[in-house]
Design a protein. Structure first.
Lengths: 289, 249, 269
């Protein structure tokens, strides 16, 4: 690899005067899967070097198959890194989910056999939080996510967007310090996405949590984030981390500003080449089958 | 009532009425089929007969035992097999062909081993019903959406908690369908066995009535058995339908 | 960039695949034989005869001239019952599946019929058809026709509505629609019903033979029971089981092929 290319891939130098505490840190993290039935192993991710600052909103964008979801798995403790270290609040995690992490998945993860209320209360009840406190927190989360009127309904009676809100409420109620979201709005229409984006920002501001969002929608990443990590095609590495510099008190009206379009264009410029590579990878995989 | 239910009721009522008329007019001789009204009379007579209740009790007891062992044992076995993949792989082909074998061919063998009595009957019915439960349990646990298991891990549930609080409820619809089959097969196994080779039970009573040309009694008993089995099955079906409805399935 | 793995030598893969597929059944057969031998050790000859002598007895039995008529009788009864069950079941399922009202009305009835112990209706069959071949065929067919009808009904109902709309947009007649759209779309699930119908028809025919006949494998079985001839009981049970399993595996293979999804050649573009 040329020196110039290497410089691209190395993590950005710490900003002068950036005294924010580091909430989570990845160093040299890779994830390799054994190949299927004697085939070659799959380098899904890495090496990744990344610092997640306390309280920031960080988005990850990248072409399909680049390992964004794998990154989330490693960061949340769902999967151990093959190489490298993952630290959360100063402690190393490897394949174990630490306390204080919440995840909202891409697919609908609401439990179909529980009502909305019971879904949201699920984590609290499992941890043995007392009934009064549970009720208080559940009420708050339901109100926050606009689900009060549906507390006794079952997920099957709700739309996709509402079910995602149930999942978010269920995560919220545990008061996580780090919230990871994996394309949570993927199945929703554009209008709902924009509204949910505003809600997510509100959630972020009011809880003060650190948020990492994985998305393939560039304008969504732009709108919501303090920083955006652009990932290369598989094996995914950060080729650039863009600082947006937006105000904390932002909402979807941000899109009207001219600087907004510039950031989105910049993201696409970086991504275009990688996306073509990813497409080619996909075609190769098909041909090899 | 829905249009379908109305249609069904009308057709069935019509069929019964047609049968009644055909029997009464002699178009169908009583040596073949007795009129539905006669069947009912015979049924009422039977229900009055303490001997009937003795046989009924014997049959129901055998079904209950077979059903319980099949459901609990089948569930545990199916669950265990999902946790031990090599064992499951080894046993899979056997399970897949299990229901293609006419089990009753082995019934004589069981009698030879266990002697005449309730044991071979219960063993046969249990074996017949258990595999349906095993297969359904495995299918249900296989089909738990991976995202639900990952949610359990994010909530840092212990393995036991994850299984009890998430995997099992998620698999419940499939497992319940296995339970339905286990119930039906338990009845079939016991009654078929009693019919072929037994000195007690409703199945035996039916065969006995047939041998003695007592058509009225025979049809009455058949009616009662069918009513019993159908009621039981319907209850389980209704329970399943309620569960599925809540989940929007 | 990863290096692609070397392709296997041509012709090697199908053979290894075939052997691999046989490994499971072979292991299971071995396990069954072992358990059989163990059971024999535990229970003794009076209850269970050992595998080797039993199989030898079976081979000897098949060789005997007087065995063949029995085998032929069972085969005839089963064959006829199967034909009725398969064709009748598919026909009923297609008709009911075609009309939403009829399908909805009939399904609970079929499901109920499926779950009742049909053996209780055996005397009725005997009364209606007398003793002999007809009763056997009727009983066997009765067992098989219900699951075939049920599966076919569901298969037709589960055809994606968009395919039916396409057929209508193409202005096909009802017969054309059935043949070129409904049947191919429903075929995999229908076939699953045919498989189940096969096993149940076999069971029903065997049951029918136990009492209604002076000929056939079922009759031989009953005779062996009366004489307490354990070896023959086991031999016949094994014969039937082997046939049932082999046939089921064959049907399963066809089933798997049907589900591969590719439309058969010659159907449209």
């Amino acid at each position: 690899m040329s020196a110039a290319a290497l410089a691209e891939v190395a993590p950005p130098p710490p900003q002068a005067g950036a005294a924010e505490a580091v909430h989570a840190r990845l160093r040299g993290v890779t994830r390799v899967y054994p190949g299927r039935a004697g085939g070659p192993e799959v380098h899904a991710l890495g090496p990744i070097d990344m610092d997640l600052r306390q309280g920031e909103f960080f988005s990850v964008v990248g072409p399909s198959g680049c390992g964004k979801s794998t990154l989330l798995d490693v960061l949340s403790g769902l999967a151990p890194p093959t190489e490298g270290s993952v630290e959360f609040e100063g402690a190393r995690i490897a394949g174990q989910v630490p306390d204080g992490v919440g995840v909202v998945f891409q697919e609908d993860a609401s439990f179909p056999w529980l009502s909305v209320e019971d879904n949201v209360a699920f984590g609290l009840r499992r941890e043995g939080v007392d009934a009064a406190e549970t009720r208080r927190r559940v009420d708050f989360a339901l109100g926050f996510m606009g689900l009060r009127d549906f507390r006794r309904a079952y997920p099957s009676q709700l739309s996709g967007g509402m079910r995602q809100r149930v999942c978010i409420a269920r995560t919220l109620v545990m008061q996580p310090r780090l919230i990871l979201l994996d394309e949570p709005f993927g199945a929703l229409d554009q209008q709902t996405r924009l509204l949910m984006g505003d809600e997510l920002l509100r959630l972020w501001r009011e809880t003060g949590a650190t948020v990492m969002l994985i998305t393939h929608a560039l304008d969504e990443a732009n709108l919501l984030s303090d920083r955006i990590g652009v990932m290369s095609a598989r094996p995914g590495r950060f080729i650039e981390i863009v600082e947006t510099g937006w105000d904390r008190a932002r909402d979807s009206s941000l899109a009207e500003r001219p600087e907004f379009g510039a950031v989105t264009s910049r993201l696409w410029t970086r991504l275009r080449g990688e996306s073509l590579r990813a497409l080619g990878q996909g075609a190769q995989a098909e041909a090899a089958r | 009532m829905s249009p379908a239910a109305i249609l069904r009721t009308v057709v069935l009522a019509g069929a019964v009425a047609a049968l009644e008329i055909a029997c009464r007019t002699g178009a169908i001789p009583p040596t073949m089929v007795v009129a539905p009204s006669t069947m009912l009379v015979g049924a009422v007579e039977a229900l009055d007969d303490p001997e009937f209740w003795r046989h009924f009790g014997v049959t129901v007891e055998a079904v209950a035992i077979a059903m319980s062992i099949a459901i609990v044992g089948g569930f545990c076995t199916g669950f265990m097999l999902t946790r031990i993949p090599p064992l499951r792989r080894a046993v899979s082909p056997f399970l897949a062909s299990y229901y293609s074998i006419p089990h009753l061919a082995f019934y004589p063998l069981l009698i030879v081993i266990f002697g005449l009595g309730r044991a071979p009957l219960i063993v046969l019915a249990t074996l017949f019903a258990m595999v349906a439960m095993i297969l359904a349990t495995m299918a249900g646990l296989d089909r738990v959406p991976p995202v639900l298991a990952r949610t359990a891990r994010i909530h840092r549930l212990s393995l036991l908690s994850e299984i009890w609080q998430v995997r099992l409820p998620a698999a419940a619809p499939h497992i319940l369908s296995g339970l339905k089959l286990a119930v039906a097969y338990s009845f079939i196994g016991v009654i078929a066995g009693e019919f072929i080779m037994s000195t007690e039970g409703i199945g035996h009573e039916i065969a006995y009535a047939y041998d003695n040309f007592n058509n009225r009694r025979m049809y009455a008993l058949i009616l009662i058995v069918l009513a019993l089995v159908t009621t039981f099955n319907m209850t389980v079906f209704a329970w399943e339908r309620r569960m599925l409805k809540r989940r929007g399935l | 960039m990863t290096v692609a793995a070397e392709p296997a030598a041509p012709g090697a893969r199908p053979l290894t695949a075939a052997l691999g597929a046989l490994r499971g059944p072979a292991l299971v057969t071995l396990a069954v034989l072992v358990m059989w031998q163990l059971a024999h050790e535990l229970a003794g000859d009076v209850a269970i005869t050992a595998p080797a002598p039993t199989l030898a007895h079976l081979v000897e039995m098949i060789g005997q001239a007087r065995f063949l008529p029995h085998l032929a009788e069972t085969a005839m009864a089963f064959g006829q019952a199967l034909l009725i069950a398969w064709m009748g079941g598919v026909l009923i399922g297609l008709c009911l599946g075609g009309s939403r009202l009829a399908g909805e009305a009939a399904e609970p009835v079929l499901v109920t019929l499926y779950s009742i112990p049909k053996v209780t209706l055996y005397p009725v069959i005997l009364l209606l058809f007398g003793l002999g071949m007809q009763a056997k065929v009727a009983f066997g067919a009765f067992h098989g026709i219900i699951p075939v009808a049920l599966f076919t009904l569901n298969a037709v109902r589960n055809i994606p509505a968009v395919q039916i709309r396409t057929a209508r947009a193409l202005r096909l007649s009802p017969a054309q629609r059935a043949r070129h759209v409904l049947l191919p779309a429903a075929l995999p699930e229908v076939f699953a019903g045919l498989r189940l119908g096969f096993s149940l028809t076999l069971l029903g025919s065997m049951l029918g033979e136990l009492f209604a006949s002076q000929r056939g494998l079922g009759f031989l079985l009953m005779k062996a029971i009366d004489l307490h001839d354990v070896e023959t009981i086991l031999a016949i049970a094994v014969l039937i089981s082997v046939f049932a399993v082999a046939a089921n595996m064959g049907l399963l293979a066809i089933d798997r092929r049907l589900r591969r999804g590719a439309a058969p050649a010659g159907h449209g573009a």
